[in-house]
Design a protein around this ligand. Structure first.
Ligand code: ADP
Length: 872
């Protein structure tokens, strides 16, 4: 039904009710007050329907009630009183209608306002709660319902603190609602920040709120309104902004504190930003760099790089990290690893470039050094290896692999460090050495390494080092070991040499003692015999011939000793020389037999010489060969008890001459058969021996035989069972036997004028005396100048000239005499203690005709003089 029709219907209904009500009152009030109920209907009509329906009700009500209840009833009488009554009625009705209309309007306005407020409150985004003066909820808008979780109907009448529960975000303690304060203080209160609203369902959300008292007109407070909103989103936003801000600051500080150079440059390569890292890496301060072209740090030859970079960036692409060279402000070149990325604006256009450069110079250097070390280690001849904590090799250098016979690292990783050692060394290394390395951090031991392939041993100076990281955590063990096999061999050799030397020293000492002993014997004998001679005089009987023979024997013993000594020196200095020529072996043997004969005879030995059926010719030094067999015969005589048997036998075995010297004497223990040929080696202790000798005879024999291309060997069935020395010499076929016969023992020449020069007076005088006895005329001189003078004055036939002389030496004297006309033909013979070949050569060069070694062998001197044709 339309609104208006409804209003009229209600007005008519009110009128009908008023008429009915008057009709009901009629028996009570009769004719009085016929209109009394109509006023109520008019008032109701004006309240419900407004002025027009009310006017209709007033008019229709008047007409109905006039007709029904006014006297005369059921008729219309228009008289004055009725007219006045009508006027009053109209006035009253109009008044009612006017007041009613005014009230109605006011109410409509109020309702409108209230609706507006309600709609506003319902539609605003904030939550609103109102309370009465006692703080009980009177209203919640929809937002408040959703934030608190309370429905309006549940919340109404509840204390505000039940519906609106707030906590401090930080302390999580309940806080007073601002509404409570607003009610208490009558002022607008806004809530502190960081307030959390606790929803009915237990959920929490940050809120921001304020409360104000509601005052009626006249200022009386009738409650309070609380307005709040969910600030989660704002908080999130704030947090996001703060986070972004923090991130930006973080980035900025990273950029600033980065060790890397971080640079922004425009697309025309102008530097726009320059961090502290860039200052450090390139040496330019930010002030110096910003605004300048990037080429300040690019070496001239690499400028093309920059063009390529910019081209790539302009395409919006990132430049792949690369390594290059840059130049510092101080001109120093550095290696850098560079990453360059485009910087885009919001529209995606490339506006600049960011460049991160890391100084890798040190890394490069470290790499180069590492490379160098690796090369060094690989090329080292030392064994260098690293093993992990399980003692499995993780690295072995090339030399190391080779040394132990491993093909490669794969093979090395399959073995255990233990396997490098021989089983007998393993306990020492694993249980003693390694624990000590673990404790001390390092250690060194000499041990053998086993070759995995051949099983050979190499002696190693095994040095082991514990490897730890910065925190002291043990990572493994390393070794740098040297192969000392050769060194040890040398050391052993040296040790042996030292032992030999000390043995040699001992033998030399022994030799000196022997020498002293050997010298004393003939000297003692000589001194005795000299004493005998002294006592012979005109009245004394002549010296017994045994004494003179004895003196001769002792002297020749002394001479032999001295000869041996000289030979000893020649052997030790390897200066033994042979004067080779064709040699008849038979003659050599005869000579040797002759030289040994005095001793053989004195020992009453039976000497048998068995020559070879045919003569044998050799190439050699006959004197030295005679010395060889003389020595052997002498030994046989010496080491055989008196009355023994000695045999010298010469045979030809193919191209060899075999000379055997055999005796039935002391014999030689089997273990000494070789060593007796060593120098100073004698079977018994030297001093206890009954027979003289220096222990060099056999050494000389062996050396001389070897120098002749032959060999000598000792054989003996043992001590007391005799000895046999077998000498083998190569036969020299082409030129058979034409050996110089031993010098014939001639009668000494006599009747010459001889000048004897020797600074040893005794020596000079005794020789002169000897020569005088044999019919020569002699004179003596004792220094060079005197000799020269005597020679000039006396013009002797022969000068026997010592070499070592005061004032002028023998060579000089000889030379000067030869310069004189009278001296050209004079026979000059050097008579000296020096008998080496070198000495002979020198004397020959100085102009001597002959060279004799002291003590002079008288028959030899005479033979020489004869051979030089010095007339008697
Ligand atoms: P020397 O005879 O001066 O001691 P040798 O070198 O001639 O030195 O001899 C070395 C050693 O060999 C002698 O000391 C002696 O012990 C032993 N020897 C040499 N010849 C014989 C031999 N015919 N019979 C037994 N021992 C010998």
């Amino acid at each position: 039904m339309p609104h208006r029709a409804r209003r009229y219907l209600i007005a008519i209904a009110a009128l009908a009710a008023a008429v009915l009500f008057r009709w009901l009152l009629d028996p009570v009030i009769g004719d009085s007050l016929p209109m009394v109920t109509v006023f109520g209907a008019v008032a109701a009509a004006v309240w419900v329907g407004g002025a027009v329906p009310a006017a209709v009700v007033a008019i229709l009500g008047y007409l109905a009630c006039y007709y029904l209840f006014m006297t005369p009833r059921y008729a219309f009488v228009f008289d004055l009183p009725n007219m006045v009554g009508l006027a009053a009625y109209l006035f009253t009705s109009s008044l009612i209608i006017a007041i009613g209309e005014a009230m109605r309007r006011a109410q409509a306005r109020a309702r409108e306002r209230s609706d507006l407020l309600r709609i506003t409150l319902a539609s605003i985004g904030d939550a609103v709660i109102t309370t009465d003066n006692a703080g009980h909820v009177t209203y919640l808008n929809a937002v408040a319902e959703s934030l608190t979780g309370w429905k309006q109907e549940d919340a109404k009448g509840q204390p505000l603190d039940t519906v609106f529960r707030v906590l401090d975000e930080q302390t999580r303690k309940p806080i007073e609602s601002p509404a409570t304060r607003a009610l208490r203080e009558g002022t607008v209160v806004s809530l502190a920040n960081h307030t959390l609203l606790l929803g009915r369902d237990g959920g929490e959300r940050p809120v921001d709120d304020s409360a104000a008292p509601i005052r009626e007109e006249g200022g009386r407070m009738s409650g309070c309104v609380l307005i709040f909103r969910d600030v989660s989103e704002r908080r999130g936003l704030e947090k996001a902004v703060a986070a972004r801000f923090l991130e930006a600051r973080l980035l900025a500080s990273i950029v600033e504190s980065s060790d890397d150079a971080i640079v922004r440059k425009s697309l025309d390569s102008v530097i726009q930003s320059w961090n502290a890292g860039a200052e450090r890496v390139f040496g330019y301060t930010a002030e110096e760099a910003v605004g300048r072209h990037i080429s300040i740090i690019i070496p001239p030859e690499r400028l093309a790089e920059e063009d390529h970079i910019i081209a790539t960036l302009k395409q919006g692409r990132r430049v792949e990290p690369f390594e290059t060279e840059r130049v510092r402000k101080d001109g120093r070149r550095i290696h850098v690893s560079v990453t360059i990325s485009p910087i885009k604006d919001e529209a995606g256009n490339v506006v600049a470039a960011s460049k991160i450069a890391r100084d890798v110079t040190k890394q490069r250097q470290a790499e180069a050094e590492r490379e160098m070390f690796a090369t060094l280690i690989e090329n080292s001849t030392d064994f260098i290896a690293i093993a992990d904590l399980d003692a499995v090799p993780i690295f072995v250098n090339r030399a190391g692999l080779k040394l132990v016979g491993l093909d490669d690292m794969d093979a090395a990783r399959k073995v255990h460090v233990r396997d490098f050692f021989f089983p007998e060394d393993q306990a020492r290394i694993l249980d003693e050495f390694f624990p000590s390395v673990a404790a001390k951090g390092h250690g060194e031991v000499d041990v053998r390494f086993r070759n995995f392939k051949t099983g050979d041993a190499r002696w190693m100076a095994y040095k082991v080092l514990k490897l730890s990281d910065d925190k002291g955590q043990v990572l493994g063990f390393a070794t740098v070991s040297q192969d000392i096999t050769e060194r040890r061999r040398l050391e052993d050799g040296l040790r042996q040499l030292a032992a030999n030397l000390s043995e040699e020293g001992r033998r030399k000492n022994e030799f000196l003692a022997t020498l002293a002993h050997e010298l004393r014997n003939p000297l003692a004998a000589l001194s005795n015999m000299l004493e005998i001679l002294r006592r012979t005089g005109p009245r004394q009987p002549a010296p017994p011939p045994q004494a003179v023979d004895g003196m001769g024997r002792q002297l020749s013993q002394l001479v032999r000793l001295v000869d041996d000594l000289l030979d000893l020196s020649r052997i030790t200095h390897n200066r033994l020389e042979l004067r080779k020529g064709p040699v008849a072996l038979g003659a050599v043997i005869d000579q040797a037999v002759e030289s040994a004969r005095p001793l053989v005879e004195s020992m009453r030995h039976e000497l048998r010489v068995v020559p070879s059926p045919e003569p044998i010719a050799l190439e050699g030094d006959s004197a030295r060969l005679a010395q060889v067999f003389g020595n052997l015969l002498n030994n046989s005589a010496k080491y055989t008890s008196p009355g023994g048997k000695i045999e010298v036998k010469t045979e030809r075995h193919g191209k060899e001459a075999v000379v055997t010297v055999k005796d039935n004497g002391a014999g030689i223990p089997p273990h000494r058969l070789d060593s007796i040929f060593e120098m100073f080696n004698q079977v018994q202790g030297s001093l206890e021996r009954s027979q003289g000798g220096l222990g060099i005879g056999l050494t000389l024999v062996r050396r001389l035989v070897q120098m002749h291309g032959g060999s000598v060997q000792a054989e003996s069935a043992g001590e007391g069972k005799g000895s046999e020395f077998v000498v083998r010499l190569p036969i020299h076929e082409p030129r058979p036997a034409a050996s110089p016969a031993p010098a014939p023992a001639r009668q000494p020449s006599a009747g010459r004028r001889i000048l004897v020069v020797d600074d040893n007076h005794d020596s000079a005088e005794s020789l002169a005396m000897l020569l005088n006895i044999t019919g020569n005329q002699t004179s003596t001189a004792h220094d060079g100048a005197a000799a020269l003078e005597a020679a000039a004055k006396q013009r002797p036939d022969v000068v026997l000239l010592d070499i070592g002389l005061p004032t002028l030496n023998g060579y000089e004297v000889c030379r000067r005499i030869r310069e004189e006309p009278w001296g050209k033909e004079m026979v000059l013979i050097a008579l000296t203690g020096w008998g080496q070949d070198e000495d002979r050569r020198r004397s020959h060069e100085a102009g001597f005709d002959g060279h004799l070694v002291k003590p002079v062998n008288y028959p030899a001197l005479m033979t020489l003089l004869d051979s030089l044709g010095v007339a008697k």
